[in-house]
Design a protein around this ligand. Structure first.
Ligand SMILES: NC(=O)C1=CN([C@@H]2O[C@H](COP(=O)(O)OP(=O)(O)OC[C@H]3O[C@@H](n4cnc5c(N)ncnc54)[C@H](OP(=O)(O)O)[C@@H]3O)[C@@H](O)[C@H]2O)[C@@H](O)CC1
Ligand SMILES: Nc1ncnc2c1ncn2[C@@H]1O[C@H](COP(=O)(O)OP(=O)(O)O)[C@@H](O)[C@H]1O
Ligand SMILES: [K+]
Length: 518
C-alpha cells in the first residue's frame, strides 16, 4: 500500500524525530537524498555531475534550505551551481547559503542583479559545451544573470516552497519558473511542485510543472491527486525515517499485492450462487448498449451469475447468452447478493431505484440512478451503498459547480460520502474512493489512464464493482479494486491507441490474471 499523509501529520512526525537527532540532521538527510536523485538524473556516470550546470530556484524557507545543501553537495562533485534567490526580500536559509558558497556555488539575487559572485572552483562550468559564461554583473546591462543561468542549465531545482507554501506562486517567481520550464533543463521539484496545495491537490494560481518530484519523509496527498499530481511528474521518495505507522493515512493507493490479496477466488465447494449473483438494472430501449456494457463489466467481477433486469434484454442475450434476463421489476427478479443500477436508464428509474434501495444487499448507484437522489433514501439502508459519480454528477449531488469538484476532488468525495452516508467512488482523472463517514483514509486509484475517457467505460466499471460486491468484498475494497482493474484494463486494451468501452471490458480478465500472478 502506498500511503500519503497531511502536512500536519508530517510536521508532527518530523518534530518527534528531530527531538532525537542532532540539529539539522533531517535537512541533511533530505539534501543527501535530493542530491543523489539529481546526480542520477544528470547521468549515472560520476562525470555527468562534474561539469553539469545546475540552477536552484530558492525560496525563503526550509524547502530552499534543502536545495542549497543539495546544491553544495553537487558543487563539491564538480557541478557549476547557481542559486537564484526568488523571495522578493531575498531571504534564504542562512546555513544552506553558507554551505553553497563554501562549496564554490554562486548566488544571484533576483533576476536583475548579481548579489555576489564567487570564484568557481576548478572544474565548474566545464560541461560538454565548454566553460560556463561568466554571470552578468550587477547593473552591467548584459541581461539577467538568473535568466542566463536558467537558459544554460542542465538541471533546475524548484525549491521556492514545499509544505509551507500557501496559494499559488507569487508574481516575482512566475517569470523565473516559466524560464526554467522553457529551458529544456530537467526540472526537479523539491518535496512538492511550488504553488500546489500539499493536502488537497488543489492548484490555486500559477505553479511549477516538474519533470520529477523528489519528496521527503512521506508522500503528501497532493502528489497523488490531480490537478497537482499532473504537475509533479515522476515521483521519487527519500526516506527520512519518519514514524507515521501509528497515524491513519490521509490517502492510500492499493498496489498489485494488495489487490491480489482482495480478489475473490472460488473455493473447491463453490457453486454459482455461493460465488454471488449480481443484479444489473441498466439500459433502455433508447440505450441498450449501456445494458450490454454494464453486464460485460459484471461478468468479469467475480460473481457466479449475472441477472439482468430491464429493456435491453435482447441486446444483452445476443452478446452474453449466459445472463439471466428478467423484464419486470427488480424486486421480482429473484435473489441477488448485490444490485447495480443506473447506466442508460429511462424515466422509470425512480421505481426501480426505490426497489433496489429497499433490498438488504449492497447497492451501487451510477449515472441516471444518481439524479435527484435523496440522502435519506440511502442513509436509512442497513446494507452498504456505493455511489459512482463523475465530476458533473458529483457537482449536482453537492449543489456546486463542476469546476469546484474537479479542483477539489478530495474535499468533494469526502463531503458526498458524509452527505449520503455511502461509499463514494468519484471518477475522473484521479479516481478517489471515500468511506461512508468521509474519514481517513480515502483510497486513490493509481492505475487510471486518460484512454478510459471513452463513452460507456463508466458502465463497465459499475458492473465490475457491483460484481465484486456480490462476490463478498467490502464496499471500499470493491470500489477500489474495481477501479484498479478497470484502469489496468484500459491501459492494456489501449496500449497507446484509442479504444472503446467494450475493449476495456474485454481486457479485465487479463488485468485480473496479471494482478493475481503478482
Ligand atoms: N521540517 C523538517 O524537519 C524538514 C523540512 N524539510 C523541508 O522543509 C520544507 C518546509 O519548510 P518551511 O516550513 O520553512 O516552508 P517552505 O515550504 O520552505 O515555505 C515557506 C516559505 O515560503 C514562503 N511562501 C509561502 N507561500 C509562498 C508562495 N505562494 N510563494 C512564494 N513563497 C511563499 C514563506 O514566506 P512568507 O509567507 O513568510 O513571506 C516561507 O518563507 C519541506 O517542504 C521540506 O522541503 C526537509 O528539510 C526535511 C526536514
Ligand atoms: N482524464 C481521465 N483520466 C483517467 N480516467 C478517466 C479520465 N476521464 C474519465 N476517466 C474514467 O473513464 C470512465 C468514464 O466514466 P463515465 O464518466 O461514467 O463515462 P460514461 O458514462 O460514458 O461511461 C471512468 O472510469 C473515469 O474514471
Ligand atoms: K518545491
Amino acid at each position: 500500500m502506498r500511503t500519503a499523509y497531511s502536512v500536519e501529520t508530517v510536521r508532527n512526525a518530523e518534530r518527534e524525530l528531530m527531538e532525537r537527532l542532532p540539529e539539522g540532521a533531517l535537512m541533511q538527510r533530505a539534501a543527501a537524498g535530493l542530491a543523489a536523485a539529481c546526480a542520477d538524473l544528470l547521468g549515472r556516470a560520476p562525470g555527468r555531475v562534474y561539469g553539469a550546470r545546475v540552477v536552484l530556484l530558492v525560496g525563503a524557507g526550509d524547502n530552499g534550505g534543502d536545495a542549497l545543501y543539495a546544491g553544495a553537495r553537487l558543487a563539491r562533485r564538480g557541478a557549476g551551481v547557481t542559486a537564484v534567490l526568488v523571495d522578493a526580500r531575498q531571504r534564504a536559509h542562512p546555513g544552506g547559503l553558507a554551505a553553497l558558497m563554501a562549496a564554490g556555488g554562486r548566488v544571484v539575487t533576483g533576476p536583475h542583479e548579481v548579489h555576489e559572485v564567487h570564484e568557481v572552483h576548478e572544474g565548474h562550468g566545464t560541461g560538454a559545451d565548454g566553460p560556463a559564461a561568466p554571470l552578468a554583473h550587477a547593473g552591467g546591462g548584459t541581461g539577467s544573470a538568473a535568466y542566463v543561468a536558467l537558459h544554460r542549465a542542465h538541471l533546475v531545482m524548484d525549491a521556492i516552497t514545499g509544505i509551507g507554501g500557501r496559494g499559488g506562486l507569487r508574481p516575482e517567481a512566475v517569470p523565473l519558473v516559466r524560464a526554467a520550464e522553457a529551458s529544456g533543463a530537467v526540472l526537479v521539484a523539491v518535496d512538492l511542485p511550488s504553488g500546489v496545495d500539499a493536502d488537497s491537490g488543489r492548484v490555486d494560481g500559477a505553479c511549477v510543472r516538474a519533470d520529477v518530484t523528489v519528496t521527503f519523509g512521506a508522500y503528501k496527498p497532493g502528489l497523488l491527486i490531480d490537478p497537482a499530481k499532473e504537475r509533479a511528474g515522476a515521483l521519487r521518495f527519500v526516506d527520512l525515517g519518519l514514524e507515521t505507522a501509528g497515524t491513519p493515512a490521509d490517502l492510500e493507493a492499493l498496489q498489485h499485492a494488495d489487490v491480489a490479496a482482495l480478489l475473490p477466488v472460488p473455493a473447491a465447494e463453490s457453486d454459482k450462487y455461493r460465488r454471488g449473483v449480481v443484479g444489473v438494472v441498466a439500459g433502455s430501449a433508447r440505450y441498450p448498449g449501456a445494458a450490454v456494457l454494464a453486464v460485460a463489466g459484471a461478468l468479469h467481477g467475480g460473481a457466479g451469475a449475472v441477472r439482468y433486469v430491464g429493456q435491453g434484454g435482447d441486446a444483452v442475450l445476443a452478446r452474453f447468452p449466459e445472463v439471466l434476463v428478467s423484464g419486470g421489476a427488480p424486486a421480482d427478479a429473484g435473489r441477488v447478493q448485490s444490485w447495480v443500477i443506473g447506466p442508460g436508464l429511462d424515466d422509470r428509474v425512480k421505481d426501480a431505484r426505490a426497489d433496489v434501495l429497499a433490498s438488504d444487499v449492497p447497492v451501487l448507484l451510477d449515472a441516471d440512478a444518481l439524479a435527484g437522489l435523496d440522502p435519506q433514501e440511502v442513509r436509512g439502508r442497513s446494507a452498504p451503498t456505493v455511489l459512482t459519480p463523475h465530476a458533473g454528477e458529483a457537482a449536482r449531488l453537492l449543489g456546486v459547480e463542476r469546476a469546484e469538484v474537479e479542483s477539489g476532488r478530495l474535499d468533494s468525495v469526502r463531503k458526498l460520502a458524509v452527505k449520503y452516508g455511502a461509499t463514494v467512488l468519484l471518477k475522473g482523472s484521479t479516481t478517489l474512493v471515500a468511506p461512508p463517514d468521509g474519514g481517513r483514509p480515502v483510497r486513490v486509484n493509481p492505475t487510471g489512464t486518460g484512454w478510459l475517457a471513452t463513452a460507456g467505460s463508466g458502465d463497465v466499471l459499475s458492473g465490475l464493482v457491483g460484481s465484486l460486491l456480490a462476490a463478498g468484498l467490502a464496499a471500499v475494497d470493491a470500489a477500489s479494486v474495481g477501479a484498479y482493474l478497470h484502469g489496468l484494463a484500459g491501459r492494456s486494451a489501449a496500449r497507446g491507441a484509442p479504444v472503446g468501452a467494450g475493449d476495456v471490458a474485454g481486457a479485465v480478465a487479463g488485468a485480473w490474471r496479471g494482478v493475481g500472478r503478482g
